[in-house]
Design a protein around this ligand. Sequence first.
Ligand code: LLP
Length: 407
Amino acid sequence: MPVHGRPSFTGVFHTSPDGYLFCEDLQVKTVQDEFAKASEYGSPFFMYSKRQIGDNVRSYVEALQRHDLPYILGYAVKANNNLTILRILRDLGCTAVLVSGNELKLAMLAGFSTDKLVFNGNGKTQWEIELAVTHDVMINADSLFDIDHISSVARQLGKKVKMLLRMNPDIDPEVHRYLATGSAVSKFGIPETDLDTALGKAGSDDNIDLVGLHCHIGSTITNIDVFRATVSAMLRYNNHVQGRGFRLKYLNVGGGLGINYRKYIQVCMCIPSGGELIDSIADKIKESGLCLILEPGRSIIASAGILVSKVIGIKRNETRSFLVIDGSMTEVMRPCLYGAYHHIQLIEPTSGTRRYSVVGPVCECGDYLAEDIELPIPHEGCGLAIRDAGAYCASMSSNYNMRVRTI
Ligand code: LLP
């Protein structure tokens, strides 16, 4: 059975020979101690590696350039909306993909140029559409009514809006059901049977410039064939659209690439990198002659972040040992919401190992970070890190139980 604290001596997050976790060249324990001195609210906190963000972006960009594909790499802000991170991604050449008016405001604050931004959503409200149209943001229309709403705002503002149709291809992404967005039972996208009606609306509207097709079929996808099937469906739609006399510019294949959350304990689980995803779809995209839009979130930011927490106390009952830490479901909700796995390791040396369930202080039985895992034996106050917490942790955090919201 693998021990969860097994250290990695290389990489951006690495453990020194004397047993301390480092993020780049910073000892995480030192940072934790400094925060504790500065404020009683100093723990838990998120810590991010700029170098890892750069590596993750470059995996996509190098492959896109190698295949000589025209592209827009739009980071999905919902994964992590930290302003400093957004600015780093802007400097790395990313654009941003948004799901609310407030995300659009934040993207503008971060300095993204608005005409390469993409606005998604199945229930966009009037003010959100107004903001997007005013700033020439591209909009993925999610439904027939969404096309009508967008058109009506564009008319009122006297603007022509660049619109993509978000299609629902009914493809099973082989993920948790909450994360499957492109299957027939999902609330997202336009079914193929409505494509002609959508084209009829968008094509006859002077305020709409139909520029592309969009699909985002799910998140945490690990099977590359799912992406190839999605692109094939989109190319079929594109042929149909061309047959109706439209000339599109963009094929937006969404985001959704998973990461290997278990890489610390299960080395040979083959999950493609961003670059490998591009390699697998490049031939089809090239053939289409269209500009590729990508909307990755998790694969850019998940591995670049950790939640740093500390042990409050250890208690035992007849079946379990509980490690009660100051981090909780209010910072890392994914285990409780999706049964997701996040690797946990101590950030300082100890000796021996034991099995623990790692739980937070929130008044809920579902408030666990890991169930029955093997860890080095910690002491009270011992620091630990919850790995791959860069995506969908800070952005999904809450102040439930009136906890201080950690962002
Ligand atoms: N584009 C659209 C339209 C999306 O809905 C999403 C995520 C993305 C892009 C980015 O997908 P990514 O590359 O990050 O998989 N809270 C869940 C994740 C929900 C993601 C939903 N859509 C989690 O913690 O796993």
